[in-house]
Structure formats: C-alpha cells, structure tokens
Design a protein around this ligand. Structure first.
Ligand SMILES: *Cc1c(COP(=O)(O)O)cnc(C)c1O
Length: 394
C-alpha cells in the first residue's frame, strides 16, 4: 500500500495552486522582460507588475500605489520596523510590540535595541494570546514612534483586536504596523477601516510562490529605503522585480479574495470537526488560543504529560506533516515563546501540536487524523513517567 501523504502544516507554507502556476509560466519564458526596460518586452513585464499590484491592493482595500513588493513577510517586517525607526529617530526611539510576534519582528526589535539605541516594550498577552488595550495605552510614551502588533498569530491562530489598536495609534498620532502574513488572504482585511499605516504580507501562505510578499505603506508615511540600488518600487525597494512570482502572488491574492467566504466557512467547519473529534477521544488535552477570534485553518493542542517532538515524529512515520510550534523554532529545545506568553507551564507547552489546515484539506483527512492521533498519544503517554506519576495520584 502506498504511504499516505497528509499535509497539516498550512501555516508553515502552502502549495501553489494550479491557476497560480498557469498564470506564472509565460513570465518565465515568453514574457521574460525587465519591467524597467523601455522596449516591448519591458512593457509586457511592467503591465503584469501593475496588474499584480492592483490584485494585492484589492485584497486589503489599499490604493494600488500603496503596495510595495518585497521578497516576503520577513523582509516586509524588517523594512517596516527599521524603515520607520530610522526615519522617525528625531521624534523618538520607543517602539511597542508584543511578546508573541513572529521572529521577523522580535529579532528586528532586538537588533534595533542592541545596535541602534532604540527602546522596545514587549507587551504581555492574555491567556488567549490577545494584547490588552489598557496595557497598550499604558505603554505609550512621548517618544513612542511605532506600534507593531501582529494581525493573527502563526502558532495559536489568535486574531488581535486590530481595530481598537488602530484607533489608539491614531489617537496618539503613532504609526501602526501589523504583520498580517497569516491573515491577509485568509480573513477579510480593510486597511483603511482599521487605521493601519504599514502591513506585512506574504504570498506562500496563501497558495502563491515563496520568496515574494508585500509591504503596504499608507500614502504619506515616512520611512527609509531598505534595499538601495535602483528606481524600482518608487525608489523605496531596489532590485529587478521578480515578475513571475509577483504575477503568481497577484493571482493568489485575487483567488483568495474571490473565495474568501467559502474558504472561511469550509475551514471553520473542518476545524470544528477536528477539535471536537480530538477532545472527545483524548483526555488531558486543551486547545490553545482564542475559540472566537481565530484563524479558520489553525488548531493548536496541548497534550499533557508528553513531548510535541515525539508526536511529530510518530505522525511523520504515518506520512502526516504537522508542527510543534513555529517551523523556525523546531530543532531547538526551548518551548515556543508564544505558548510561554499565554501562560502555559513549561511541561504543557512542550506537549503542543499545531495542525493547520487549508484549501486542499478534506473531511476524509480530518477523519484520518482523528483516527490515528489517539493511539499515538496513548503510546507516548504509556512511556511517560509524568503520566505514570499523575495516574498513581488519582
Ligand atoms: C510566515 C510568516 C512570516 C514570514 O514570512 P516569509 O514570507 O516566510 O518570510 C512572518 N510573519 C508571520 C506571522 C508568518 O506566519
């Protein structure tokens, strides 16, 4: 029997949809021009670039000329933070973010603190992973130049109160950046309604190619250029545009927008089935993150008394791909900074499993994992001294 390949790691990356690939192919062959060239080949590339920019803008209700293509979410995060920090230095050196951000934000903040004299406040989150609005207001100082709070968390799926955060930033005349890599294309976003000044996005989390993303920069926002060397992207991000990937990203954004309602409904139903099925079958289990304000495709469990790494290994033997936190931290033994921030004790954070589903997940896939996981957990617990001790104390 052929081994089943079941992908439940859509938060780490997604496959490129066929319609996206079809749209990209001609730009790798016939229409290979440099968008800066004056001739026909250049103009073809330039018009593809313009179209993709419009498709991405439509996804988040920005103006077309407020979308800047980058090499992905991480670059957008670095650019937003460093670009604003350097451009607003004379006004202040204080940045507010949260403890549960992606490392694209956290490591950039640490760099700005260590090498450029910035001061960063890392807000705590509540047990669901939400920033408290009163904490945010209390953290604001005269020197605060930027608030950067992620739209939705990549590990536990919690969606932040972005509208309230945007209102506070506006009231205090502080720039507001959000890392929306997990959100943009998965849930509706309107940057105007939400008072967002800068927003990071990425293609490969929404069925587009890897290595391409965008930074939304509201008209009039001052920030330094991050990549120097050419007039591309209005002199704000140099380098010959990656037209095939940009075209793919544009198409992926268009599909995401057209399918949004169906995508949300389908995934929310599959997610409920997965959560109910696992909680009914496996005792000493909790779901991390908010149950109401949650990405449609995210499930994050903690199974007491065992290690997430063990679960991943056994799932992998069955051909099931999952994650025990963020892909970037697997391979290290520290528990996830997100699970620690929502207050999970060390040993429970260690026993966590992220199952993230997407547009190619079927009911059959959900049944399969519900069928397989209980035996894996039971087996790992049977080898766990913690479980043994806990059962003896019953
Ligand atoms: C994946 C991810 C990133 C990084 O995006 P890349 O395009 O892979 O560089 C940043 N932030 C969040 C929340 C993510 O999930």
């Amino acid at each position: 029997m052929e081994k089943r390949r079941l992908y439940m790691d859509y938060s780490a990356t997604t496959p490129v949809k066929k319609e996206v690939l079809d749209e990209m192919m001609p730009y790798l062959t016939d229409y290979f021009g440099n968008a800066s060239s004056f001739h026909l080949f250049g103009r073809e590339a330039k018009s593809a670039l313009d179209k993709a920019r419009e498709q991405v803008a439509n996804l988040v209700n920005s103006k077309t000329n407020e979308i800047y293509f980058t090499a992905g979410g991480t670059e957008s995060d670095n650019w937003a933070l460093e670009g604003v920090a350097y451009a607003h230095r004379e006004k202040g050196n204080h940045i507010i973010t949260s403890k549960i951000e992606h490392h694209g934000i956290l490591h950039t903040c640490e760099y700005l603190e260590k090498h450029h004299g910035f001061e960063v406040t890392y807000l705590d989150v509540d047990s669901e992973g939400k920033v408290r609005i009163e904490d945010l207001e209390a953290a604001i100082k005269d020197t605060t130049i930027l608030i950067s709070i992620m739209f939705a968390n990549n590990e536990i799926g919690t969606i932040q109160p972005i509208k309230e955060i945007g209102e506070i930033a506006k009231k205090h005349k502080i720039l507001f950046h959000t890392d929306a890599v997990q959100a943009a294309g998965n849930i509706p976003i309107d940057v105007k309604e939400l008072n967002i000044d800068l927003m990071s996005m990425s293609s490969h989390k929404i069925y587009g190619p890897k290595g391409i993303g965008a930074l939304y920069i509201k008209t009039g926002t001052k920030l330094h250029t991050f990549v120097h060397g050419g007039a591309q992207e209005k002199r704000r991000r140099a380098g010959t545009e990656n037209i095939p990937s940009i075209v793919g990203y544009g198409k992926a954004a268009e599909i995401a927008k057209a399918n949004m309602q169906n995508h949300i409904e389908t995934l929310t139903n599959l997610r409920a089935k997965l959560i109910d099925g696992i909680l009914a079958k496996i005792p000493y289990t909790r779901v991390n993150g908010s149950m109401e304000d949650r990405l449609p495709g995210n499930v994050n469990f903690s199974f007491e008394f065992i290690e997430g790494e063990g679960i991943l290994l056994m799932l992998d033997m069955l051909g099931i791909a999952a994650s025990s936190g963020s892909a970037c931290t697997s391979g290290s033994l520290d528990p996830s900074h997100v699970l620690m921030a929502i207050g999970l004790p060390h040993e429970i954070a260690h026993g966590s499993l992220r199952l993230s589903i997407g547009d190619f997940t079927t009911v059959d896939d959900i049944d399969y994992i519900i069928g397989q996981l209980p035996a894996i957990i039971e087996r790992l617990r049977s080898m766990s001294p913690l479980y043994d001790a806990a059962m003896k104390n019953k």
